[in-house]
Structure formats: C-alpha cells, structure tokens
Ligand binder design. Structure first.
Ligand code: AMP
Length: 112
C-alpha cells in the first residue's frame, strides 16, 4: 500500500531531500522535534520494521550505515538519536518504514 512517502520518492509531492542513493532517501521531517530531524526511508515499500524479511538484511544494514553517513555530513556524528516507531501504538503514523534521525539538542532517556 503506497503512502505519502511513496509520493515523496516519486517526486509527486515536494520534500526537503538531503540524501539519496539507489536504495534510500532522506528528507527533513515536516514537524521537526529537534533542530535536525530527518526521515530516512527505503525506496522499497515496507510498511513496518516487523514486516522485514531475512532477504531485507542488506537493506536494513544499508539504512543504518547511511544514517551514519548523513549524521557525519550534518556534523552530528558524535550525538544523534535514531528512532523507529513500529505500529500505531508505538507512535507510527506513516506506514512506510522510516528511521527518524534526530540531533542538535540534548535528549532524555527513557523516551516518552
Ligand atoms: P511516525 O509517526 O514515526 O510514523 O513518523 C512519521 C513522520 O512523518 C512524522 O514525524 C511526520 O511529521 C512526518 N511527515 C508526515 N508527512 C510528511 C511530509 N509530507 N514531509 C515530511 N515529513 C512528513
């Protein structure tokens, strides 16, 4: 099922894209929760992390390494937070896998 993120990938709707390669895309969150708040998404449709299959292992690894690449590019490699909300009760509102990359302020633990 396609989502608003599919339409960002296809450029049907605009986004502030900061990174793209053959497998994934990163853009600024429209409702940022930190000075830097990016969403990193696979181009492949995968509604939730729990839907990942063993065959997706390389893609998932690529997303984590790409988060590192983007964090370094943004100058926040020493302090950033990754968040994946899996399922509505965990706070997921867009059902296309995405990693929130948050940085630029101090973060508390545990998260709310
Ligand atoms: P989640 O609640 O984990 O599913 O996160 C979805 C995120 O997508 C939220 O932080 C929204 O602010 C963000 N979002 C929704 N629509 C857009 C959009 N068109 N462009 C950028 N970010 C969006």
């Amino acid at each position: 099922m396609s989502t608003i993120f599919t339409r960002i990938i296809s450029r049907e709707i605009p986004a502030d894209i900061v990174y793209e390669d053959e497998l994934c895309l990163a853009f600024r969150d429209i409702n940022p929760q930190a000075p830097i708040h990016l969403l990193l998404i696979p181009k492949q449709e995968m509604p939730r992390l729990i839907d990942a299959q063993p065959a997706d292992a390389a893609l998932l690894g690529h997303l984590l390494l790409t988060a590192n690449t983007i964090a370094r590019q943004m100058g926040v490699g020493d302090a950033y937070r990754l968040v994946v909300n899996n399922g509505a009760d965990a706070g997921q509102s867009v059902f296309h896998l995405h990693l929130h990359i948050l940085a630029g302020r101090a973060f508390k633990w545990p998260p709310g």
